[in-house]
Design a protein around this ligand. Sequence first.
Ligand code: FE2
Length: 197
Amino acid sequence: MTQEQFDILFNKAKEIMLTSKDPVHNWGHIQRVIKNAQEILKKLPLDIQEKVDEKLLILCCAWHDVSHASCAPGFIQKFLEGRRSAKIINEFFSTANVKESEKFLVADNAIRHTMKELRFLGKSNLSIYHKIMQDADWLDNFYAPRVAQLEAQVKKSLYAFVVIKFLKPLFYNWQKNNMHLFLNFKETTAVYLESKK
Ligand SMILES: [Fe+2]
């Protein structure tokens, strides 16, 4: 990944996410996920840090929710978001002549992060990029203003209504109190606790 490719693709993701139709998946969410990922990376053992190309990690974060910019939130989007994002990623990364392996990694991150709610059933064999990005994304589920943004959509979105009125009371606090079941790294819990100080 060259600096020029990174700049083009980072700026393109920013341009797209700034116009997102979904206030829960917008540029603000992406900025927080990138910051979380960088904080997690800094806390990991040096031998793991050395394996990570930070530019590629930032692009995984920047593009992971890209389909939300053009698709309204809802049940269909929830099921298709990963595939839809991967299609957009393939298009822009091909135009920027990114290596196939790097393009695949960013697209695969977008596809596989959609199942992170089921992680407690068993941690799969993901790459270090998948693991860091998913933990960084997971932490933003507990960013209070973002939860308030979803609550504000309850009256106009059946999807938001179901999530807030049924799923949140059942699972939200359980997930918050049992983060270790969902997170890939114990270091991510430390990042979360520091953000609460
Ligand atoms: Fe996300």
